[in-house]
Design a binder for this molecule. Structure first.
Ligand SMILES: Nc1ncnc2c1ncn2[C@@H]1O[C@H](COP(=O)(O)OP(=O)(O)OP(=O)(O)O)[C@@H](O)[C@H]1O
Length: 236
């Protein structure tokens, strides 16, 4: 159930935010989607998830064209946006039950319980979302993305704003999810890529400048660190 991107482009007036990129993310692997600020990561992810219409090109998730088969695609896809829109007046458990019901899940209450456990929200489940810390809000964002057990997960900076303990928990959770799903995650943190990802795509000014496994990328750059490789490829 791979993610296939072919010649995908998004232009905002004259600006080529994403300029004809192609890559594939494979099942059972985690692909790190990297790039400096403004490189086009979020724009790409928003196109992959059907929230933004491409100027040209195509993308498919598990064989579903994201534009033509948006409804089918959304059932098998989980998305953690950069800023998760959460209903701050709802209670954690209530919100997740609401999400579960939008997917018309059988055993919704059980799914909510399992997801709360999986994302470490047990102690917070009866609190209002608006009262939670950023890290716990991030966990709710992940919980709503995985509650329907999607085959494909798209995570936009999933660990931004987390403390080192939460960071560790979140990375472990993502690694576990990656075992039987296709995962794309964007991040600026190279340690995270080393800790979590199998494959790497680096985007710079809307174009792909690297597309390889981590080991392959390092071999190509004579054993340089990922951070050095990132700087070499995106410094200008
Ligand atoms: N709706 C929009 N209208 C005009 N320009 C936009 C729009 N959305 C994004 N852009 C521009 O497209 C470029 C790519 O933005 P994008 O948010 O995809 O970058 P990013 O790689 O996710 O950056 P960051 O790491 O800072 O989140 C930026 O120059 C941004 O200003």
């Amino acid at each position: 159930m791979s993610i296939k991107v072919q010649q995908l482009a998004k232009h905002f007036d004259k600006q080529k935010a994403v300029d004809g990129i192609s890559f594939e993310a494979k099942p059972g692997r985690i692909l790190g989607f990297l790039g400096p600020n403004g490189a086009g990561k979020s724009t790409t992810m928003r196109m992959l998830t059907g929230y933004l219409k491409p100027t040209s090109g195509t993308a498919s998730l598990a064989g579903y064209d994201v534009q033509v088969q948006a409804l089918e695609m959304k059932k098998i896809m989980g998305y953690l946006p950069e800023n998760t829109p959460l209903y701050t007046d709802m209670y954690v458990k209530e919100f997740l039950l609401f999400v579960a019901n939008t997917y018309k899940l059988k055993d919704a209450a059980l799914k909510v319980e399992e997801t709360i456990k999986k994302t470490g929200l047990t102690a917070e489940q009866h609190k209002k979302i608006g009262m939670l810390s950023k890290g716990y809000k991030q966990r709710i964002g992940l919980a709503q993305a995985i509650i329907h057990d999607p085959e494909v997960l798209i995570l936009d900076e999933p660990t931004s704003g987390l403390d080192p303990n939460q960071l560790n928990d979140m990375r472990e959770l993502i690694r576990n999810l990656g075992r039987n799903k296709t995962v794309i995650l964007s991040t600026h943190i190279m340690q995270e890529v080393e800790a979590v990802c199998d494959d790497v795509v680096i985007i710079h000014k809307g174009s792909i400048v690297a597309n390889d496994t981590i080991a392959g990328l390092k071999a190509q750059h004579s054993g340089a660190t990922l951070e050095e490789i990132f700087r070499t490829l995106t410094y200008s």
